[in-house]
Design a protein. Structure first.
Ligand code: SAH
Length: 218
């Protein structure tokens, strides 16, 4: 069923934005983009009350929609400029992809679970989002659309995926949570040359793990 965005939803969203601001998110472009995306569209209507609290929430296939704070944090770290080409790994609900396209960038997002890919694609269509979603193994990136200005990984990677680094433009950057256990360290990698990069760490977060391609996983 198609959802609507009412005055009430916008009020709840405004409160969420203020909460993010109080937690230190001060990038107005990011806050505005998040104000423009009706997060409740990505939830089953039975869970409407959860859409505007600053929490991660389970979606289908044992996955989660990232916490709004995490979405804001990663988006800000990407330092986006309108018109950039951005590759997202882990479409999940599609919410982060919708926020990225509200930042004026061209979004290519990859998801390995078919049911999530399908649902996200249809919600993004309802929102008239320009984000393009793809079904496949995000570890491999999207070589036919490379190079990208930015790569955003929204699942926990055991290490920085080599193919994703290769698909970055020189001067481009990747934001990726790295770590195999319960939590990951948020890293930002700036590509200086084919084998040359600069890396900074930005705190600890919790993501669902990056898993191999379903087919090749057997
Ligand atoms: N960005 C999402 C959060 C997704 S949670 C949102 O805004 O809702 C992480 C997602 O990464 C899950 O949907 C999971 O299925 C997906 N994922 C895990 N490993 C992957 C891989 N190798 N390729 C693509 N997606 C992957």
């Amino acid at each position: 069923m198609k959802q609507t965005d009412t005055y009430k939803h916008r009020g709840l969203r405004k409160n969420l934005i203020e909460e993010l601001r109080s937690k230190g998110i001060d990038d107005e472009a990011v806050l505005k983009a998040m104000m423009n995306v009706p997060r409740h569209f990505f939830f089953d209507s039975a869970f409407l009350n959860f859409a505007y609290s600053d929490k991660a929430f389970p979606i289908a296939a044992g996955q989660t929609i990232s916490q709004p704070y995490t979405v804001a944090f990663q988006t800000r770290l990407l330092d986006l400029k309108p018109g950039m080409k951005v590759l997202e790994i882990g479409t999940g609900s599609g919410y982060q992809a919708a926020v990225l396209s509200q930042m004026g960038v061209k979004v290519f997002s990859v998801e390995r679970q078919r049911v999530l890919f399908k649902t996200a694609q249809s919600i993004l269509r309802d929102l008239n989002s320009t984000a393009k979603v793809f079904y496949g193994d995000g570890y491999k990136g999207l070589p036919s659309f490379a190079p990208f200005d930015r790569v955003l990984v929204t699942c926990g990677a055991p290490s920085v995926p080599e193919p994703l680094f290769a698909q970055l433009k020189k001067g481009g950057m990747m934001v990726v949570p790295v770590g195999e256990g319960e939590s990951q360290e948020m890293r930002r990698i700036v590509k200086l040359g084919e084998d040359d990069y600069e890396e900074t760490a930005h705190g600890v977060f919790k993501f669902v793990p990056m898993l191999p391609d379903k087919e090749s996983a057997g």
